[in-house]
Design a protein around this ligand. Structure first.
Ligand SMILES: CC(C)(COP(=O)(O)OP(=O)(O)OC[C@H]1O[C@@H](n2cnc3c(N)ncnc32)[C@H](O)[C@@H]1OP(=O)(O)O)[C@@H](O)C(=O)NCCC(=O)NCCS
Length: 407
C-alpha cells in the first residue's frame, strides 16, 4: 500500500473549538491535510482544559484533535491579527465554529479573507443558518437536535429524550469536512475558492429524513415517539431485550424486517426453537403488524429464550440464523475488544500528560492508503515551525511575540 495521503499538500487554518468544528478539522487531518490549530495563548481553545483540571489536556480534547499542529495566537491583538492574515495567504482552507459574528468582529470576514487569498475555502459551522431568523443564536448539540426534528422522535411517548452522544456536533463536523473536500475539488476545476456554511440544525433536519415517512403515512403531528421500536411503522419484534446477567448494559436489540416476504421472523422462530409461532401456523404472528398487536406474546417468546444467554451469545446465535440482532455495547466493551485495534477502528496513542490512551479512529478504510494516527498537539507545539519556517520570523521575533503574549 502506498501511503501518499489524499489531502497531502492541503493546509488548513483551524480556528475551531469544542467538538463540532474540531471533528471537522480532525477528519481533514486524518486524511492528510496539514491542520494548523490556532489557540489562545495560555488558555488554548475552549475545549482544551476543563475547570477541574486546568493545564491538563482534557480527554475530550485528545479524542477530537489528533494529527493536528497547534499554534498560539491572540487574534484580538494587532500583531496577532496580522500574523493570521499572513497565514491566511499560505492556507487553502480556514475553518471556524465560533459564535455568530465572532469571526467578523475579529476582522476575518469572508470578504477580507478572500481579498487576502482568492483561492481560500472559508468554512463556517454554526448552530443555525446564517440567513435565517435564528442567525444570531448560539447553539450546542442539544439545541440543534431539539430544533432539527430528531428529539421529537426519540424518547418515550410521554417524554422526549435526546440522544446520549453529540450526534449534532460530530455529525455536522463530518458534514463540513465533506463539504470542504467538495469545494477543494471544485477549486481544481475553477481555480476559485468559496464560502461553505453548515448549520447544525440543518444537518440534523437532513439526518431526521426518515421521519417524513410516518409524517405522511400517518398524517399526524406530533410524530410517534417509539423508544426502541421501529420509527417508520409499528411492527414487532423491534425492541431492546434484557439478557443475562441483567446489568445496566446487558441488552440485545432484535428487529425483524417489515419488508414483504422477509423470512427473518420465521428464522427467529427456528433459532429460538418456537416453530409454533411461525407465520404460516400462528395467525397472531403472521405479519409484522399482527405481531405488534400481539407484542406481549412475541416479546415473551424472545425474553424466555434470552433468560440464560448473555448479549454476545444472543447476537452471535441470532445473526448466524440471519436475524438482525445487536448487543448493546458500551465504551468498555469496545475499548477492551482486540478486534477494533486489529482493523484500526480503535487506536492507542501516547499523550505526554495522560500516558497511553485508547481512542476511536476513522471509520472508513481505503485500499489506496492507511490513515495514520498522531497524538493531539500540545498548546503551541508548532509555533516555531509555523512562525519560523512558514512565515520566516527569526528566533528573537518569536521570543518577543511570546513575551508580549501575542503568541
Ligand atoms: C458553542 C458556542 C455557543 C460557545 O459560545 P462561547 O463560549 O460564548 O464562545 P464564542 O465562540 O461565542 O466566543 C469565542 C470568543 O473567543 C474569541 N477567540 C477565539 N479564538 C481566539 C483567538 N485565537 N484569539 C483571541 N480571541 C479568540 C472569539 O473572538 C470570541 O470572542 P467574542 O466573544 O468577543 O466574539 C458558540 O461558539 C457557537 O454558537 N458556535 C457555533 C455552533 C457550534 O459550533 N456549537 C457546538 C460547539 S461543539
Amino acid at each position: 500500500m502506498q501511503n501518499e495521503k489524499p489531502l497531502s499538500g492541503v493546509r488548513v487554518l483551524d480556528m475551531t473549538q469544542f467538538e463540532a468544528g474540531t471533528v471537522c478539522t480532525e477528519t481533514l487531518a486524518w486524511l492528510g491535510a496539514e491542520v494548523l490549530k490556532v489557540e489562545r495563548p495560555g488558555t488554548g481553545e475552549l475545549g482544551r482544559y476543563t475547570q477541574e483540571e486546568p493545564g491538563i489536556d482534557s480527554y475530550g480534547f485528545l479524542v477530537m484533535n489528533m494529527n493536528k499542529k497547534s499554534i498560539t495566537c491572540n487574534a484580538k491583538t494587532k500583531e496577532g491579527f496580522s500574523l493570521l492574515e499572513k497565514l491566511m495567504k499560505k492556507c487553502d482552507v480556514v475553518v471556524e465554529n465560533m459564535g455568530p459574528g465572532s469571526m467578523d468582529k475579529l476582522g476575518f470576514t469572508y470578504d477580507h479573507c478572500k481579498e487576502l487569498n482568492p483561492g481560500i475555502i472559508y468554512a463556517s459551522l454554526k448552530g443555525f443558518s446564517q440567513v435565517g431568523p435564528y442567525k444570531d443564536y448560539p447553539a450546542f448539540d442539544p439545541i440543534a437536535t431539539h430544533t432539527g426534528v430528531m428529539v421529537s422522535a426519540t424518547g418515550l411517548p410521554e417524554k422526549p429524550i435526546k440522544c446520549g452522544i453529540s450526534v449534532g456536533d460530530s455529525g455536522t463536523g463530518i458534514m463540513l469536512a465533506l463539504s470542504i473536500i467538495t469545494a477543494l475539488l471544485q477549486r481544481k476545476k475553477t481555480g476559485a475558492g468559496q464560502r461553505v456554511d453548515v448549520a447544525m440544525q440543518d444537518f440534523i433536519i437532513g439526518l431526521s429524513r426518515s421521519q417524513w415517512e410516518p409524517y405522511y403515512s400517518n398524517g399526524c403531528v406530533p410524530n410517534r415517539r417509539v423508544a426502541n421500536g421501529m420509527p417508520l411503522e409499528d411492527v414487532a419484534p423491534s425492541d431492546t431485550y434484557p439478557c443475562k446477567p441483567f446489568g445496566v448494559n446487558d441488552y440485545v436489540h432484535i428487529y425483524c424486517s417489515r419488508a414483504p416476504g422477509s423470512a427473518q421472523w420465521d428464522n427467529l422462530c427456528d433459532a429460538i426453537g418456537r416453530h409454533d409461532l411461525k407465520q404460516d401456523v400462528c395467525p397472531e404472528m403472521a405479519t409484522p403488524r399482527e405481531r405488534f398487536k400481539n407484542k406481549e406474546m412475541c416479546d415473551n417468546a424472545i425474553k424466555d429464550w434470552l433468560k440464560d444467554k448473555d448479549k454476545f451469545q444472543a447476537m452471535d446465535w441470532l445473526c448466524k440464523h440471519d436475524i438482525p440482532a445487536g448487543a448493546l455495547l458500551d465504551v468498555s466493551d469496545i475499548t477492551n475488544d482486540p478486534q477494533y485495534y486489529e482493523r484500526g477502528m480503535m487506536v492507542e496513542i501516547d499523550h505526554p500528560q495522560r500516558g497511553k490512551v485508547k481512542l476511536p479512529g476513522f471509520a472508513a478504510k481505503f485500499s489506496g492508503f492507511d490513515v495514520e494516527y498522531k497524538c493531539s498537539p500540545g498548546l503551541g507545539d508548532s509555533n516555531k515551525y509555523v512562525y519560523g519556517d512558514l512565515l520566516g520570523l527569526d528566533e528573537k521575533e518569536i521570543e518577543d511575540l511570546k513575551e508580549k503574549k501575542v503568541i
